[in-house]
Design a protein around this ligand. Structure first.
Ligand code: AQP
Length: 333
C-alpha cells in the first residue's frame, strides 16, 4: 500500500504558529510526495473541554478556512470533520475495550491538563488518546505529522494496533509512524519558555495567532520575554525564552539554531526581534488574508469541501470498521 498520511487539529480556538510550523506546514508540503492525505478537524476531541455550542461550530469552519489558507488543497487531500464520520466513535469503543488502563495512566497530556484545570476531569479527556488511535487506525495511516506533544499519543496508537493485531491473529491495523518537525517540534509560549504555545493559554501575548495583524505580531514579539544576559546565544537549558525565539526564527527561515546564532551573534535583542517579526509577518500575512477571505465569504464553499471529504473518509473508515467488527466477533452488516 502507498503511504497514507493522517493528522488533525482540535477546533478549540484560533490556530497559532505552533500549530502551523509544528504540524500544518508539514501536511501542506507533503501533498506533493504522492502519499494519500487525510486531514481531519477533530471536533469530538474538542468536546473534552467545555465549549459553547455556537463557538464550537464556528471554530470548525474557522479551522477549515485555516487548513485551506495554509495550503491544504482539497483536490490533493481529503479534508473532513470527525463527528459526521461515526466510525471514529464506534472504533474508539472497540479499541477502548482492549486498552489497559495502565497505558492511559501514563499519558502526560491528561495529567498536565487536569493539573492545570481541576474542572477537567471527564472520561472523554482520559480516553482522548483512544479516540485518537481510532482516528489514525481507521485510515491505515502510515505517517502522522504532529508536534512533539502528540508523539506519546501516536506511540499509544501503535501499541494498541500491535496488541489488537496480536489478539485477533491478523494484520488488521497498519502500524503508524509519527513525523515530528525538527525546529518547530515544540514551539514554546512567548511569556514562558518552559510552557508550550497553546490556543487555550489565557494570555494572547503568549502566542502568535495565524490571524494576527502585522502590528500585533510586532508588539507580541517586542514584548516576548527574554533575559538580561547580553548577546544572542542558543542555550535551551539556561536561556529557554531566547532559545525559543531562535528556534522560531530557524523554523520560519529553514535554517538551524546555530546558523541563527552565528548570524545574530553581535546584534542586540531588538535587532533580532525586528528580523524575527519580518520573518513571521512574511509567513502569517498571506495565511491571515486567506483565512479572512475564506471564512467571511466562503462559508458555503467550506461546508461543501468538508461534506465531500466526509464522503471519501466514510468509504475508507467504513471498510476498516467492517473488518474490525468481523475480526472481534460483531455482526459486520
Ligand atoms: N506549541 C506547539 N508546537 C508545535 N506543535 C504544536 N501543536 C500544537 N501546539 C504546538 C501541534 O498542532 C497540532 C494540532 O494540535 P491540537 O490543536 O489538536 O491540540 P494541542 O496539541 O493540544 O494544541 P494546543 O494549541 O495546545 O490546543 P489546546 O490549547 O486547545 O489544547 C498537533 O499536531 C500538535 O502537536
Amino acid at each position: 500500500m502507498s503511504e497514507r498520511v493522517l493528522s488533525g487539529v482540535q477546533p478549540t480556538g484560533r490556530l497559532h504558529i505552533g500549530n502551523y510550523y509544528g504540524a500544518i506546514r508539514q501536511w501542506a508540503a507533503g501533498q506533493e510526495s504522492g502519499a494519500e492525505n487525510f486531514f481531519c478537524i477533530v471536533d469530538l476531541h474538542a468536546l473534552t473541554v467545555p465549549t459553547a455550542p455556537e463557538a464550537l461550530r464556528e471554530s470548525v469552519l474557522y479551522t477549515a478556512a485555516a487548513y485551506l489558507a495554509c495550503g491544504i488543497d482539497p483536490q490533493k487531500s481529503v479534508v473532513f470533520r470527525q463527528s459526521p464520520v461515526a466510525e471514529h466513535a464506534e472504533l474508539q469503543w472497540i479499541l477502548g475495550c482492549m486498552t489497559p488502563l495502565g497505558w492511559l495512566n501514563r499519558m502526560t497530556q491528561f495529567k498536565e491538563k487536569t493539573q492545570r484545570d481541576k474542572q477537567l476531569n471527564c472520561l472523554g479527556l482520559y480516553s482522548y488518546p483512544v479516540l485518537m488511535a481510532a482516528d489514525i487506525l481507521l485510515y491505515h495511516a502510515t505517517r502522522v505529522p504532529v508536534g512533539e506533544d502528540q508523539k506519546q499519543h501516536i506511540e499509544l496508537a501503535r501499541d494498541i494496533a500491535l496488541a489488537v493485531n496480536g489478539r485477533v491473529g491478523q494484520e488488521l491495523f497498519t502500524i503508524p509512524e509519527p513525523a515530528v518537525a525538527r525546529e518547530a517540534a515544540r514551539v514554546m509560549s512567548l511569556r514562558d519558555g518552559r510552557e508550550k504555545m497553546s490556543k487555550s493559554a489565557p494570555s494572547d501575548y503568549s502566542r502568535i495567532n495565524l490571524t494576527d495583524s502585522d502590528d500585533e505580531i510586532f508588539f507580541k514579539i517586542a514584548r516576548a520575554k527574554t533575559d538580561s544576559i547580553p548577546g544572542l546565544t542558543y542555550d535551551p537549558e539556561n536561556r529557554p525564552e531566547v532559545a525559543n525565539l531562535i528556534r522560531i526564527y530557524a523554523a520560519a527561515s529553514g535554517v538551524t539554531p546555530s546558523q541563527v546564532e552565528a548570524e545574530y551573534e553581535g546584534a542586540g535583542a531588538s535587532a533580532f526581534k525586528h528580523a524575527l517579526t519580518d520573518r513571521l509577518v512574511a509567513d502569517v500575512a498571506p495565511i491571515r488574508d486567506g483565512i479572512r477571505r475564506l471564512y467571511d465569504d466562503g462559508r458555503a464553499h467550506l461546508l461543501a469541501v468538508l461534506r465531500e471529504g466526509e464522503g471519501k473518509a466514510r468509504e475508507v473508515a467504513g471498510r476498516t470498521l467492517r473488518e474490525v467488527k468481523e475480526a472481534v466477533g460483531l455482526w459486520a452488516e
